[in-house]
Design a protein around this ligand. Structure first.
Ligand code: DC
Length: 227
C-alpha cells in the first residue's frame, strides 16, 4: 500500500502542531506529533532523576521505556509504559529536558521505528525536527515551517497569558533561542531544512494562510504514485 506522507519540520513555537492538526483534519490524514514522543521519554528521565548528560544511564533506561500513541476523539494521546501522559508533558521543564535528551542516539533510535511504522501504514502529517531529513526522506511533501524568534516568543507569551499564567517575554524568547541552538547544532539528526522542502515563514501569516499553503504544496492531498 502506498501511503501519503507530509513531513513538517521547524523550530519550537513555529505553529507546527496547530497547523498540522488543521491540515490533517482537512485531508482526512492522521496527525503524528513526534515531539510528544520525545517529551514522554524526557518525563520518564525526570521522574527517575536521570541526568540529561549521562548517556550511559539514558541508554540503560531506554530499555525500560515503551512509548506508543493512540487517538481519542481525533486527538493524539501519548502513552509512557501504558500511562497516558499527554497532560503532563507541556511544561517548560519538560521542554528543556526534551531538547537536552533528544541529542542521544539511543533515545532517537527508540522512536525512529515507531514513527516510520506509523507513516507506512497510514496517510500522515508528521511534525518534528528531522522528519523530512531523516525519518521520512521519501515523504511526498516536505515543509520547513519557521518564524522569527520574537514572533514565536510573542505567540507563546499570549498563549500563557490566556491561560492566566504569569510570564516574561524576554525569558520566553531566551528559552526559545536556547532550544533552537541545541536542536540545530546536535550531532545526530539536527533540525535543518530538507533540500526538497517548501520553506514557509509564518511570521506575517495567519494560521489559515499557512494551512492553505501546505495543502497547496501537497496538491490538496492527491496521492502521487511511486515514492
Ligand atoms: O516539537 P516539540 O517542541 O514538542 O519538541 C520538543 C523537543 O523534542 C525539541 O526541542 C527537540 C525534540 N524533538 C526532536 O529532537 N525530534 C523530533 N522529531 C521532535 C522533537
Amino acid at each position: 500500500m502506498t501511503t501519503y506522507n507530509i513531513a513538517i519540520d521547524g523550530p519550537a513555537g513555529a505553529g507546527k502542531s496547530t497547523i498540522a492538526r488543521k491540515a490533517a483534519a482537512r485531508l482526512g490524514f492522521i496527525y503524528v506529533d513526534t515531539g510528544a514522543m520525545y517529551r514522554a521519554m524526557a518525563l520518564y528521565f525526570l521522574r527517575k532523576g536521570i541526568d540529561r548528560n549521562n548517556e550511559k544511564a539514558i541508554e540503560e533506561a531506554c530499555e525500560d521505556i515503551s512509548i506508543s500513541i493512540h487517538y481519542k476523539e481525533g486527538a493524539q494521546r501519548v502513552l509512557l509504559n501504558g500511562e497516558d501522559v499527554s497532560g503532563l508533558i507541556r511544561t517548560e521543564e519538560v521542554s528543556q529536558m526534551t531538547s537536552a535528551i533528544s541529542v542521544h542516539a539511543p533515545v532517537r533510535e527508540k522512536l525512529l521505528e515507531l514513527q516510520r511504522e506509523l507513516a507506512n501504514t497510514r496517510d500522515v502529517i508528521m511534525d518534528g525536527r528531522d522528519i523530512g531529513t531523516c525519518v521520512l526522506p521519501n515523504a511526498q511533501t516536505k515543509i520547513y515551517l519557521t518564524a522569527s524568534s520574537h514572533v514565536r516568543a510573542l505567540r507563546r507569551f499570549k498563549e500563557l497569558e490566556e491561560k492566566g499564567l504569569r510570564c516574561n517575554l524576554e525569558e520566553i524568547e531566551h528559552d526559545i533561542i536556547e532550544r533552537d541552538y541545541r536542536d540545530t547544532h546536535r550531532a545526530i539528526a539536527p533540525l535543518k531544512q530538507a533540500e526538497d522542502a517548501v520553506y514557509i515563514d509564518s511570521s506575517q501569516m495567519t494560521i489559515d494562510q499557512v494551512v492553505e499553503a501546505i495543502l497547496e504544496a501537497a496538491g490538496h492531498g492527491n496521492p502521487k504514485d511511486g515514492r
